[in-house]
Design a protein around this ligand. Structure first.
Ligand code: HEC
Ligand code: HEC
Ligand code: HEC
Length: 447
C-alpha cells in the first residue's frame, strides 16, 4: 500500500468508527424497555404463551396459523402494489432520497421467494438479510419482526408458500448514492436491530405480554406511531407519541390524556381498532384504515383486548402542537362560525357539505362525523389534505360509506383552501397549508 493509500484508509477507518460511535449514542432503549420489569426467555416463562395464535386456532393447521399471523403482521399491505396481485410486491416507498419497492413474496422461484429455505426466511425477518446475502432496507420492518418466535415466522412462511406463485419482478429502485449502497445497512442493522426474540415481562399480566407480542413483534404499531431519530430508527423514549409516515400523520397513541389515548374508554379503543371507528373519535383513514381492514379487524377479540391493555401502559408523551381539547361541533348555519377562506368554503359547499354537514356532525353516517377527530384539529392538516386527495375505501362495518377521492378533481391550491377551511371551522386552530405543501404531501404517499 502506498503512503497516500494508507492515509486514505486511515481516514476511512476513523470516519466509520466515528459514525458507529454516533449511532451507538442514538440507539437508545428498546421498544418494550419502558415497562421496567424483569424479562425472561420465552421457554422459562410460566404464564400463558404470549406468542402464536389465539386459543380458537390452537388445533388449526400450520398454514391456517400462518395465515392468522401474516394478517396480524400485515405483510400484505406493503407487499401488494395498488391494483397488483396480493403479495407480489411492487409498492413504492417514497423516501427523501428516492423510491424503494417492496418485493414479490409469493413462492415464485425466479421473481419471488420460492427458493428461500427456512433459515433464509428467518434471516430476512429477524436480521434483514436477503437470501443472496444482501441487506434489506428497514422499510421492511425487520426490527419489529425480529421479536417473532422462529415457530411463528415459519408458520408465516408455510402460509406464503401455500399461495399460488406469481411471476412479478420488482421494479428497479431509484435510490440516490450513497443510499443505494445496501452494504451500508450492515452498520445500521448492527446498531439498531436488537436481533433478539420476544422476552415476556414477569411483572406484567399474561394479557399484557400477549398485547406486547402482538403490538411489537407482529402489528408493528411503532413503525408508524413512534417518531424517528436522525438515523431513521425509532425514538423509543417518545414511544407512540405520533409521527408522519408515508405522508400521513399517525397520531399520538401514548397514554397522554389530552393528545394521546389516555382519556379514551377501553370500548372506544376496541371499537376503533376492530372496526376503524369509535363514536366521537373519528374514523381510521389512510394507512390506519388499511391496517384495520387488512389486519386488526380480522384478529380475535381477545387479541384486540390484549393490544389495548398493552397500549394503556405506554407512558404519556404529549404532542405540544395539538390543542389540549378537541373543538365542539360548529354552528348549524354556514353564516356563523368561521368565515375566512371564501374559496375553501366554496369547495366545501360544493363537494363536502352533503356528507359532513355545516356542524361537522354528519347527516348521513356516524363514520363521516368530523367532530372529535384529530384530523380536523391538527393545525398541520396533513390527514385532511390526504383524505381529500385519496378518499377512503373502507370496506368493513355495516353502515360505513366511503368518501370519494378528489385528488384528480381539484388543484393543489383548492385542496389547500378546503383543508384550511375545514380545520378552521371544525378544529381548534385552522391550518395554513399552501399549494406547495399539498404537492409535497402527494409525493410522500406509498404507491
Ligand atoms: C412496512 C412495509 C412492509 C411490511 C409490513 C412487510 N414488508 Fe417485507 N419488505 C418490505 C420492503 C420495502 C422490502 C424490500 C426491501 C429491500 O429491497 O431492501 C421487503 C422485503 C422482504 C423480503 C425479502 C425478499 C427478497 O428476497 O427480496 C421478505 C422475505 C419479506 N419482505 C417478507 C415479509 C413478511 C413475511 C412480512 C410480514 C411478516 C413482511 N415482509 C412485511 C416492506 C414490508
Ligand atoms: C401503517 C401505519 C400505521 C400502523 C402500522 C398503525 N397505525 Fe394507527 N394510525 C395511523 C394513522 C395514519 C392514523 C391516523 C388516521 C386518521 O387520521 O384517520 C392512525 C390512528 C390511530 C389511532 C387513533 C388515534 C387518535 O387519537 O385519533 C389509534 C388508536 C391507533 N392508530 C392505534 C394503532 C395501534 C394500536 C396500532 C398497532 C396495533 C396501529 N395504530 C398501527 C397509522 C398506523
Ligand atoms: C359521499 C360522502 C362524502 C363526501 C362527499 C365527502 N366525505 Fe369526507 N368522509 C366521508 C366518510 C364516510 C368519512 C369517514 C372516513 C372513512 O370512511 O374512512 C369521511 C372522512 C373525512 C375526514 C376525516 C375524518 C376523520 O374521522 O378522521 C375528513 C377531514 C373529511 N372527510 C373531509 C372531507 C372534505 C374536505 C370533503 C370535500 C372535499 C369531503 N370530506 C367529502 C364521506 C364523505
Amino acid at each position: 500500500m502506498s503512503p497516500a493509500m494508507r492515509i486514505l484508509a486511515g481516514i476511512v477507518v476513523i470516519i466509520v468508527a466515528a459514525l458507529a460511535a454516533g449511532l451507538w449514542v442514538l440507539r437508545g432503549p428498546g421498544p418494550m424497555a419502558f415497562s421496567g420489569g424483569t424479562t425472561v426467555a420465552l421457554s422459562d416463562y410460566r404464564g400463558t404463551n404470549p406468542a402464536g395464535v389465539p386459543a380458537s386456532l390452537a388445533q388449526a393447521s400450520l398454514v391456517e396459523r400462518g395465515a392468522y399471523l401474516a394478517k396480524a403482521a400485515d405483510c400484505m399491505v406493503c407487499h401488494t402494489a395498488p391494483d397488483g396481485k396480493q403479495y407480489a410486491g411492487g409498492l413504492g416507498f417514497k423516501l427523501p432520497f428516492g423510491t424503494l419497492y417492496s418485493t414479490n413474496i409469493t413462492p415464485d422461484k425466479e421473481t419471488g421467494i420460492g427458493d428461500y429455505s427456512d433459515q433464509d426466511f428467518l434471516n430476512a425477518l429477524h436480521r434483514g438479510v436477503r437470501r443472496d446475502g444482501a441487506r434489506l432496507y428497514p422499510a421492511m420492518p425487520y426490527t419489529s419482526y425480529t421479536y417473532l418466535t422462529d415457530a411463528d415466522a415459519l408458520a408465516i412462511k408455510a402460509y406464503l408458500f401455500s399461495l399460488p406463485p406469481v411471476r412479478a419482478p420488482a421494479p428497479a429502485n431509484t435510490l440516490e448514492f450513497p443510499f443505494d449502497q445496501r452494504w451500508g445497512m450492515m452498520f445500521w442493522s448492527a446498531v439498531f436491530n436488537p436481533d433478539t426474540r420476544f422476552e415476556p415481562d414477569t411483572s406484567k399480566s399474561p394479557e399484557w405480554n400477549r398485547g406486547a407480542y402482538l403490538a411489537e413483534a407482529l402489528a408493528h404499531c411503532g413503525e408508524c406511531h413512534t417518531p424517528r431519530n436522525p438515523a431513521f430508527a425509532l425514538d423509543n423514549p417518545k414511544k407512540f407519541a405520533g409521527a408522519i409516515t408515508a405522508g400521513w400523520r399517525a397520531f399520538n397513541i401514548s397514554s397522554d390524556k389530552q393528545t394521546g389515548i389516555g382519556a379514551w374508554h377501553d370500548d372506544d379503543l376496541i371499537s376503533y381498532l376492530s372496526t376503524g371507528h369509535a363514536l366521537g373519535h373519528g374514523t381510521a383513514s389512510g394507512p390506519m384504515g388499511e391496517a384495520v381492514d387488512q389486519s386488526l379487524s380480522q384478529l380475535a377479540p381477545d387479541d384486540i383486548r390484549a393490544i389495548v391493555a398493552y397500549l394503556r401502559s405506554v407512558p404519556p408523551t404529549p404532542s405540544p402542537d395539538l390543542p389540549a381539547t378537541l373543538a365542539p361541533p360548529a354552528p348549524a348555519s354556514h353564516k356563523d362560525g368561521v368565515t375566512a377562506d371564501a374559496r375553501g368554503k366554496m369547495v366545501f359547499e360544493g363537494a363536502c357539505v352533503s356528507c359532513h354537514g355545516w356542524t361537522g356532525e354528519s347527516p348521513v353516517s356516524p363514520f363521516a362525523t368530523l367532530t372529535g377527530a384529530w384530523a380536523v384539529n391538527d393545525p398541520g392538516a396533513t390527514n385532511v389534505a390526504q383524505i381529500v386527495i385519496a378518499g377512503t375505501r373502507r370496506n368493513t362495518p355495516d353502515g360505513a360509506i366511503s368518501m370519494p377521492a378528489f385528488g384528480d378533481a381539484y388543484s393543489d391550491d383548492e385542496i389547500a383552501a378546503v383543508a384550511n377551511y375545514v380545520t378552521a371551522r371544525f378544529g381548534g386552530k385552522g391550518s395554513k397549508l399552501t399549494a406547495q405543501d399539498v404537492t409535497e404531501l402527494r409525493k410522500q404517499v406509498s404507491q
